[in-house]
Design a protein. Structure first.
Length: 70
């Protein structure tokens, strides 16, 4: 439960994109899997979620494996 609660504090678009990529990659060849990962990553970047996450990291959140303030 603690881990689940921690995961809910992470950027959800990114988490769901990573999950989708991990689940769907196994039936694909390397080139296709990497292309899909890039496509999904660009969608997350376009959402603006990455800018907010980078700003939090820049202010110290999540550094050195400490995610207690995320």
């Amino acid at each position: 439960m603690e881990l689940a609660e921690q995961l809910t504090r992470f950027p959800q678009r990114c988490m769901l994109s990573d999950r989708r990529s991990a689940i769907t990659q196994w039936s694909r060849g390397m080139d296709e899997a990497l292309s899909q990962e890039a496509l999904l990553g660009r969608e997350v970047i376009k959402s603006g979620e990455t800018v907010a996450g980078a700003a939090r990291f820049n202010s110290g959140a999540g550094r050195h494996g400490d995610f207690s303030d995320i």
